[in-house]
Design a protein around this ligand. Structure first.
Ligand code: PLP
Length: 371
């Protein structure tokens, strides 16, 4: 393990917990393949560290948002192929073809362009047809699927390797989700008349444990991989926390009563107060929205409330009740004692927003227990 003694804030990433979380899905859905979603710095865990640790973890693809992220997967030395979840600009498609990455097919125009690039490079371009069954973000509308299917035979340099869609409200609207599943099944049937479709995928974290889409054979895992399941399910308690955000006390002082703390004095001491300054702020991803919400850190075995506003690099916490606290002591900012869900509620946001906010200033330390 890396020496963290001079770090003000760092994230410890447990890649064995990620493999454990993948294994739960593999047990529940033994005939499904898995795509590990590593976009947005692997949900704040650090892209390179995560893909290196999961490269041999029986995942078919690494799901990324852009060709730039796909290039980082490649440069990390991974064998697992990147899958670009979102649309590519025309100027990015050549890079996709050169590297044999997987991309989404969302329009006839894209099919023509990818086909001509395949011809240029003398190879088949592997694409997954994206069907918009209700997300309203990308893909072909279900009504356009038969038209695409009938044209595909003329694209000699395309290999349609899969078909996928994305659910928009799996944790909120069960009947709409069933409509999306039916629409997806219909598209698979339509396309199967002309194609083999080795990869059929629809469900991600909010759906894998709660819905069945009979024609699918792969699931896309983001949040569940990182230990967070958005839907109630009996498997949730088996998921393990994958990231702990730590910071260190940099200074301990006793402030007199009636002393303002932090910008605009939204907190004023009511009496002498022992205050620890901690080396993390919104510049590290500890959201400013957590100011004056009752947010707390876990320090030397107890909870310490954050006083006043979160600043860019530092927060102040009340340690009056602690016997022992000194500079260098480690505070848990987020982890098993301060779960994402708690920060999420206080900041009025969603869990993925909390963890993807951890910035590049925060070193990621990998605890690769399995390696
Ligand atoms: C981000 C993303 C996912 C992962 O979603 P989770 O809910 O985190 O599992 C899956 N599919 C697509 C298309 C995505 O953009």
């Amino acid at each position: 393990m890396q020496d963290t003694s001079l770090f003000r804030a760092w994230a410890e990433v447990d890649t064995a917990a990620m493999r454990h979380n993948l294994s739960i899905v593999a047990r529940v859905l033994p005939t499904h393949k898995r795509m590990a979603i590593v976009k947005a710095e692997a949900y704040g865990h650090g892209l390179e560290g995560v893909v290196r640790a999961l490269d041999d973890a029986e995942v078919e693809f690494f799901g990324v948002a852009t060709p730039a992220e796909a290039a980082r997967v490649r440069d990390a030395g991974c064998c697992t192929c990147p899958f670009i979840l979102g649309p590519c600009f025309p100027a990015e498609r050549e890079m996709v073809v050169q590297n044999d990455w997987r991309a989404a097919l969302c329009s006839i125009e894209e099919a023509e362009h990818f086909d001509s690039l395949g011809k240029l490079y003398g190879k088949k371009v592997n694409l997954h047809i994206n069907v918009d069954t209700g997300m309203g973000r990308a893909g072909l509308l279900p009504n356009d699927i038969p038209g695409l299917r009938d044209k595909l035979a003329s694209y000699e340099h395309l290999n349609i390797e899969g078909v996928y869609s994305h659910l928009s409200a799996a944790a909120e609207d069960i009947s709409f989700t069933h409509r999306q599943i039916r629409s997806y099944e219909h598209a698979v049937r339509d396309l199967s008349e002309a194609l083999t479709l080795p990869y059929r995928h629809l469900c991600s974290s909010s759906a894998v444990f709660n819905y069945r889409a009979p024609s699918t054979n792969m699931v896309r895992l983001g949040r569940i991989l990182y230990g967070y399941s958005p839907m109630p399910s009996p498997y949730n308690r088996e998921l393990q926390n994958t990231l702990t955000l730590y910071s260190r006390v940099t200074l301990v002082r006793t402030l007199p009563g009636d002393h303002g703390i932090s910008y605009n004095h939204t907190y004023i001491t009511t009496g002498p107060t022992r205050v620890a300054t901690i080396g993390i702020g919104f510049g590290d991803g500890y959201l400013h929205y957590l100011s004056n919400t009752g947010a707390r850190v876990y320090l030397n075995g107890s909870y310490c409330p954050v006083l006043g506003r979160v600043t860019m690099d530092q927060i102040m916490v009340d340690v009056s009740h602690l016997d022992e606290v000194q500079p260098g002591d480690v505070a848990e900012i987020m982890g098993s004692n301060v779960p994402w869900s708690e920060l999420t509620t206080r900041a009025h946001t969603i869990p993925s927003n909390v963890i993807t906010s951890i910035t590049g200033r925060v070193p990621r330390v990998y605890n690769n227990r399995h390696l």
